[in-house]
Ligand binder design. Structure first.
Ligand code: ATP
Length: 321
């Protein structure tokens, strides 16, 4: 587990059992089994894992919404299970299902919530920033998923929290709203807020997170900055420089001897090729020279680095989705 100068949240060996469950003949089910993490001020920390990995349960234990079975949690220096209103006023929470009252209207609701805090954010500015004005007087039950998500984010932020929890922040958002939300989250981080989010979208983690905990089966399987995770092969504990070059060219080409050793060349279907491995500039130069000598112009050409999806596949042997 990493150490941060100024942690807002520290979880050590979290255990959470649920039940007893009829589906398990009255036995308990362990849904989080020894998870540890820390999140710092002025940082975005992501819990990344497939559906059912235990991310939401972990966050809810950290917020004191669920009681843990074991382990320790310190949220802004306090135990969330025994803390009172003072701690809650310093923490913003955006839950996965929004948690908004269905008959409320967004703008009056946000004004009401703002009135409960000593030092709230400016409601009008937040409404404007998150594009809430167009549906600000429509009842929550009539809003689309993405509109509810933006209101839920505004409600989580209105109290000007020191720590912000976001459960799947981009769920239901169209590309424009997603950009607006991501820009705002990054700005709040830069202003010093400690932000903890869960996601099963590697793209969210890659774009937002300063530090990522990959969670599988209720415990940590890897952690690091996105760059660290992408550079490291967790199965062999070695550095990775792999990239893949994809291109379309005439079918049946044989250019293995053109490239350095250790590269894997595949013709995935007639005329569609991929070359994977520690591709360097010399390989690209050799390949393009070989094409030039034969007057071959690829119809398409794309170079891709590893993604967090590949990291997750290496570690768990299955896809993130
Ligand atoms: N009260 C409960 N009763 C039965 N099973 C539960 C209960 N709470 C959690 N679980 C199970 O525990 C596992 C972890 O759930 P959790 O919601 O924490 O996962 P998650 O990583 O947030 O997944 P998602 O990305 O789908 O939200 C899931 O398999 C879930 O079905």
């Amino acid at each position: 587990m990493r150490s941060t100068d100024s942690p807002v949240l520290t979880i050590d060996g979290l255990i959470k059992d649920v039940g007893p469950l009829a589906s398990l003949d009255g036995k308990m089910l362990r849904v989080v089994s020894g998870l540890s993490m820390t999140a710092g001020r002025g940082q975005i920390t992501a819990l990344l894992g497939a559906n059912g990995a235990g991310k939401t349960t972990t966050l809810e234990c950290a917020q004191g919404l669920q009681r843990r079975t074991g382990g320790t949690i310190s949220l802004l220096g306090a135990d969330p299970d025994s803390a009172g209103a003072d701690l809650r006023s310093r923490v913003g929470v955006m839950l996965q299902d929004g948690g908004l009252p269905p008959s409320a209207r967004p703008i009056p609701l946000l004004r009401h919530v703002a009135g409960m805090y000593r030092n709230p954010m400016d409601v009008d500015a937040l409404v404007e920033r998150l594009g809430i004005a167009q549906f600000g007087r429509t009842s929550v039950r009539r809003l689309s998923g993405g509109q509810k998500q933006r209101v839920a984010l505004a409600a989580a932020l209105i109290g000007n929290p020191e720590v912000l929890f976001l459960d799947e922040p981009s769920a239901g958002l169209d590309p424009h709203s997603r950009q607006v939300v991501f820009d705002l989250i990054a700005e709040l981080r830069d202003a010093g807020m400690g932000i903890i989010l869960t996601t099963h979208l590697m793209d969210d983690a890659e774009r937002l997170a300063d530090y990522v905990y990959i969670i599988d089966g209720g415990h940590n399987v890897a952690e690091g900055t996105v760059a660290d995770l992408l550079r490291h092969d967790h199965s062999t504990d070695t550095a990775i420089t792999d990239r893949t070059l994809f291109f379309d060219a005439p079918p049946g080409l044989e250019f293995k001897d053109v490239l350095g050793a250790g590269l894997q060349v595949l013709e995935t279907r007639a005329g569609s090729y991929s070359i994977t491995g520690a591709l360097g500039p010399d390989d690209l130069a050799a390949l393009t020279a070989w094409w030039a000598a034969r007057n071959i112009m690829p119809a398409s050409l794309r170079l891709e680095a590893r993604s967090l999806e590949d990291v997750f596949l290496d570690i768990s042997g299955r896809d993130l989705r």
